[in-house]
Design a protein. Sequence first.
Length: 194
Amino acid sequence: MSKGSKLPLNESLLFLKNAALNPKQIAYVFPSTRWLIRAIADSSQLQSAKHIVELGPGTGGTTKGFLSQMTEDAELIAVDINKDFIAYLKKTISDKRLSPVLNGAQNLKEIIANKGWDHADIIISGIPFSTLPKTVAKEIMQSIYDNTKPGGLFVAYQFRDRVGQLATPLFGQATTCWVFKNFPPMQIFIWKKS
Ligand SMILES: C[S@@+](CC[C@H](N)C(=O)[O-])C[C@H]1O[C@@H](n2cnc3c(N)ncnc32)[C@H](O)[C@@H]1O
């Protein structure tokens, strides 16, 4: 799992450079801390899932945290629209359970079908919904809802609650908690699809 403030310098610089170049897509200048990663992984019931999707892995701190909690026969698709991040994941994480995919979260149906799955058991998102254009944010949320299996979970970590405004009409009420040992502090939202 990521060591929070002890991230490798090249990983921090890659994140910072891309955050400066794509502020609306990345929104934060620091990757998630180990405290936040642990809290997201603990909230996601990863040990009980086989087909997991991560949206917005960035430089992969969250990805490594999720892999460390998954069973040996579970699989994780990590989807990001940033080609530098996907190349970095491919170079730095050697785990046969992980499939990094360069694509947009709007295209989950195609991404999941390419893997031979019908649905995801759990979708975890770090995508900053509050800084995306409204139509894109809505399209991504519909894609998440449509591709989560009934009984499955959608977990999001966000500073603002725009994700709640988008997801609650589809999924119903979320369970939430705040993690303050992160910059900025993050709220974790957990929805169960009925
Ligand atoms: C705040 S970063 C999260 C990085 C990492 N998971 C962490 O917590 O440190 C948000 C990520 O969402 C990605 N992203 C933004 N829009 C996206 C989209 N439409 N589809 C997939 N990924 C997207 C960005 O490229 C970025 O890697």
